[in-house]
Design a binder for this molecule. Sequence first.
Ligand SMILES: NC(=O)c1ccc[n+]([C@@H]2O[C@H](COP(=O)([O-])OP(=O)(O)OC[C@H]3O[C@@H](n4cnc5c(N)ncnc54)[C@H](O)[C@@H]3O)[C@@H](O)[C@H]2O)c1
Ligand SMILES: O=C(O)C(=O)C[C@@H](O)[C@H](O)[C@H](O)COP(=O)(O)O
Ligand SMILES: [Zn+2]
Length: 360
Amino acid sequence: MREVSVSLGSRSYPIYVGPGILREVGDLARRHLSGERVLVVTNPTVASLYAAAVEESLAAVGFVVRRAEIPDGEEYKTLATVAALYDAALGAELERGDTVLALGGGVVGDIAGFLAATYMRGVAFVQVPTTLLAQVDSSVGGKVGVNHPWGKNLIGAFYQPRFVLADVRTLATLPLREVRAGLAEVIKYGVIHDAAFFAWLEANFEALLKLSDAAVEQAVATSCAIKAAVVSADETEKGLRAILNFGHTLGHALEAATRYERFVHGEAVAIGMVFAARLARRLGYFEPAGVERIAALVRRAGLPDAIPPDIAPEALLDAMRRDKKVAAGQLTFILPEAIGKVRIVRGVPADIVRSVLVEY
Ligand SMILES: NC(=O)c1ccc[n+]([C@@H]2O[C@H](COP(=O)([O-])OP(=O)(O)OC[C@H]3O[C@@H](n4cnc5c(N)ncnc54)[C@H](O)[C@@H]3O)[C@@H](O)[C@H]2O)c1
Ligand SMILES: O=C(O)C(=O)C[C@@H](O)[C@H](O)[C@H](O)COP(=O)(O)O
Ligand SMILES: [Zn+2]
């Protein structure tokens, strides 16, 4: 089992990564938590596969375990779902010293984290991510929250877990589409921070797609280490942390403009990364060969690399104007200068964005 640390003073926490470690959750919870009760928040898909293992492990070390299931899907990442969870937490007699444990993908993690951040003004939180995307990204760093009809993740908080446990063997049951979606965020880390990791991905992509234990463990641990370093330096996105949003200015707009029905998050981010690379080239920051390396890896992952022609550029520009990175009405993009290095560019003119959208 590998261990990666997020360093935030008294709120520092470990990320445990390895194959077959799911049943260690009880012992780790005993080490990191006080309190008597754990509310496991999950959905029916994940519950049928992994809830028994997690709950038995927690019960074996003396926790009183209750489960709350939410419907499966990004369209349920809403305040209404959180409201139902408040009822479930109260019904389970969860107290201030108790714990909310998220078991599932990023949707479950973001919602359960928001419950943990707000129920009784905050209870302990644990992340047990079961999608590749959640293991490499959403379970780490403390962004929790829900969507608003006007846009992605517009309601939320920064609220860190006590620990993260990523059992890479849980990915064996993941639909291929979700494996591919998770690879988008993995590719992101190579572009924003680590040229050697990007080259490693180029060399090991087939093993990753086949979910070989060694390749997945390496990809998850490296991704978590990069995210942990960024979050440790800038927890609340005053500056540097925005680099983790590479591909998301357009990605989130694509998700919202299509009402979360057409793309899963990683697919939208994949299109957004190739778009940002093209925008960087247009603005003179980035070499054409770099754009092609990113697009090639996106295609090898089986992810989309272009905006479907029926989605109007104006609809995307409207959605991008509600991006949380907008400042004084100006669009912000994370743009690559080289593989492994990005810059945060505020005030990209809308007419240039529009023209790259049209061409793309
Ligand atoms: N908080 C953050 O920092 C952060 C980072 C990235 C993404 N996100 C958010 O995460 C969400 C996307 O997360 P996601 O890609 O994990 O999607 P998801 O949570 O919708 O999970 C994808 C699908 O896989 C199923 N599933 C989960 N684990 C499984 C398993 N082991 N076997 C079989 N099926 C399984 C789920 O039930 C779901 O149907 C988006 O809402 C996105 O905004 C948040
Ligand atoms: O952790 C971060 O910071 C990220 O930007 C990670 C993203 O992959 C993730 O999708 C995040 O939820 C986006 O954050 P948002 O602030 O743009 O909603
Ligand atoms: Zn993301």
